[in-house]
Design a protein around this ligand. Structure first.
Ligand code: H2U
Ligand code: ZN
Length: 347
């Protein structure tokens, strides 16, 4: 790392094609290594009030069955519906545009045990979740009207998760949403102009430089990306050029399960708390095109900055100008690498 990167500068995100302002001097203060007073974990394995625990009542009189590993159901409060009429207004002005958006929302319970999280689950059980995600991507993506399948997890109240029970969501839409649409354009343009894949090239670079690498296994490389916006943001990149979950072999499914376990464990260990985040996969749209340019990856966007309670706010300049971060991605990677690999609740 050159010393000049210790001063304010901006870095380019070639995947999203936007800049991030880096202000490293703002958190030059020594690291306190603060840990949380309570772990944020419950040891309640079954909560009679939880609508995701096996055998319990959900909204609208539905019952969550007594499932034993992974359970997927249609969201009772779905943001998208399979049928929705074309919004139509007589003489609608060009500046007041609307379009129909059809889709389907699913909820994925990762495990029947209420007290678990990805970080505290066995890799073999996370592998079952990977298999379920793959089947959901396959079947939802096969519907001709659905062009994108967004798999994600909101973890922790700070990120708006409504329930601590280990679960994620899948939203499928008629149009490719803005984030993956922007990435599709960047990946396609890079491939057209250089004849190689942006993320294959980037993963190679990160492996050589090493300073931003947090975790690695046979299938995946996890880094705090050069262009990270959130303090401890990470990007897990498939080592092979895999367009989507459907291109995964057995080893890569295991590799994804393992990298999720390792990353979430490092996050929890950082402030000895159940670390909040939004995590999700970006992969090829399901619009019937080949999408050779697509390269599967997972984004982790965690809000915490200095402790279990002090978070980064994306306000002011970030909302009106551009994203900004205080610690360098290299410093964040170093901290994530420095924590033990065993979960703090098991030590
Ligand atoms: P989040 O914790 O990420 O919000 O996901 C939980 C989802 O579960 C949420 O989208 C749904 C909510 O709509 N839900 C049901 O489908 N049925 C219920 O009985 C309660 C909540
Ligand atoms: Zn529960």
């Amino acid at each position: 790392m050159t010393e000049s990167l210790g001063f304010p500068h901006r870095r380019f995100n070639p995947l999203r094609r936007q800049w991030v302002l880096v202000s490293p001097h703002r958190t030059d203060r020594p690291w306190q290594g603060e840990v949380n007073k309570t772990s944020g974990f419950s040891d309640v394995h079954y909560d009679p009030q939880c609508y995701l625990c096996p055998g319990n009542q959900r909204a609208g009189g539905k019952v969550t069955p007594k499932y034993e590993s992974v359970y997927v159901f249609d969201n009772d409060y779905a943001a998208l519906l399979p049928e929705s009429p074309e919004p139509h207004r007589e003489n609608a002005p060009e500046l007041l545009r609307a379009e129909r958006e059809r889709g389907r929302c699913r909820v994925v319970c990762f495990h029947p045990d209420h007290s678990l999280t990805l970080a505290r689950m066995q890799v073999g059980d996370i592998r079952k979740v990977v298999d379920a995600w793959t089947e959901e991507y396959r079947t939802l993506g096969a519907v001709p009207d659905f062009r994108y399948v967004q798999i994600f997890e909101n973890r922790g109240a700070m990120m708006g998760a409504s329930n601590p029970h280990p679960h994620g969501q899948i939203w499928t839409t008629e149009h490719v949403p803005d984030e993956p649409a922007a990435e599709t354009e960047a990946l396609a343009e890079y491939r057209a102009s250089r004849g190689s894949c942006l993320l294959c090239d980037y993963a190679g670079l990160e492996a050589r430089e090493g300073v931003r690498v947090v975790e690695e296994n046979d299938g995946f490389l996890a880094v705090v990306p050069w262009w990270a916006v959130w303090p401890f943001e990470t990007l897990a990149i498939a080592k092979r050029h895999l367009r989507s979950l459907l291109d995964f072999g057995d080893a890569e499914r295991d590799g994804l399960a393992d990298i999720l376990k390792q990353l979430t464990t490092r996050y929890d260990n950082l402030f000895e708390t159940s670390f909040p985040y939004t995590m999700g996969f970006h992969q090829a749209p399901t619009d019937g095109e080949g999408h050779e340019e697509w390269h599967f990856h997972a984004h982790f966007y965690p809000p915490l900055l200095r402790s279990a309670t002090v978070r980064k706010y994306m306000v002011g300049f970030e909302m009106l100008g551009m994203p900004q971060r205080d610690i360098t991605p290299e410093a964040a990677a170093e901290r994530l690498k420095a924590v033990p690999v065993v979960h703090f609740t098991e030590r």
